[in-house]
Design a protein around this ligand. Sequence first.
Ligand code: URA
Length: 213
Amino acid sequence: MPETPPEVLVLDDDPIAGVQLASLRDGSTSPEHFRHHARRLGSMLALRAVQDLPGAPSTVASPLGPAPAFGPGRTVVVVPVLRAGLGLLGGVHDVIPTALVGMIGLERDEETLKARRYYFKVPPLDGAWVLVLEPMLATGGSASDAVAALDAEGAEQVTVLSVVATQTGIDRIRSENPGTRIVTAAIDPELDDNSYIVPGLGDFGDRLFGTPH
Ligand code: URA
């Protein structure tokens, strides 16, 4: 039986994830390469998030007869927070190809810095394991809003996958939504006046899609 991971798992001692994170942080990485590294890191975060996913035995017909098989015992639903979360989606599907997909659109009001939900479409979540893709966990406001909405739909387990988080963001999600797990590649020390993570990696969505900031 795989070990239950800690509720907050930081991959900062994982040199393989570290290589991907360093390339994402590097300001000279092009959008093309940024997408590549985001996808790879998405796979690594997802594998750690589901390391204790309950399994279900079944049987498969090999050419020489029935063979035992083993697969996910829960529906896994992956929910990118638009638009930055899309950068991790391909990597999650690389390792969990059967994961269903929901989408949440949250916009940051540049004056109040609060999240406004403009889109929400998810498959049935009753009993599902949900992976929320929110690469930059800054104040935690948008992720916490997303987790609350998904909890309300009956998810059994919600895990937020992030690339860079702050302790403030982590604390906010977990105090507003007890039981939520977080898997992140790093925790950075501070936020600037615009709620960007420092040193962070800049605006994840802009770097992913090549839009000017
Ligand atoms: N969103 C980003 O893309 N980057 C940050 O540093 C914070 C929020």
